[in-house]
Design a protein around this ligand. Structure first.
Ligand SMILES: [Zn+2]
Length: 133
């Protein structure tokens, strides 16, 4: 993870950045055609358009992937800020307070043992992974 954010938020961000970047690159590439730079201009335009297209296809793939993962996301109330968040996989960050949450008891820190609810089928175990400063 490059950013300290929840996975869903991070995928959204990267999808957005890639779409914007791809569009920007394609617009820059069009300059090669608009300003009539001859063959070189056309080659540059072609390269930029391909880069932009790949970037936008990549963002589509990310959105698709994020959508697929969201279906298996677990909704739970964050034990830190009390807001309802979604987590993907066994470990993810809260969307709001960025606390690392996990459903894996092996990865949970010791301080989580105080409110351990492993045998409760109704409650998802969400524990804090890092000690707060
Ligand atoms: Zn939270």
């Amino acid at each position: 993870m490059l950013l300290k954010s929840s996975k869903i938020n991070e995928f959204r961000l990267w999808g957005l950045l890639l779409t914007m970047g791809g569009m920007l690159v394609m617009i820059i590439g069009l300059a090669g055609v608009v300003f009539d730079w001859g063959t070189i201009g056309r080659i540059i335009a072609g390269i930029f358009l391909i880069i932009g297209l790949i970037s936008m296809l990549g963002s589509m793939a990310i959105y698709f992937w994020a959508g697929m993962m969201s279906t298996s996301a677990v909704a739970l109330d964050c034990p830190e800020c009390g807001k309802r968040t979604k987590m993907i996989g066994k470990t993810d960050r809260c969307m709001f307070c960025k606390t690392i949450l996990t459903v894996d008891p092996a990865m949970a820190s010791e301080q989580a043992d105080t409110d351990d609810t492993v045998n409760e089928p109704d409650t998802k175990e969400a524990t804090q992974d890092t000690p707060r400063n």
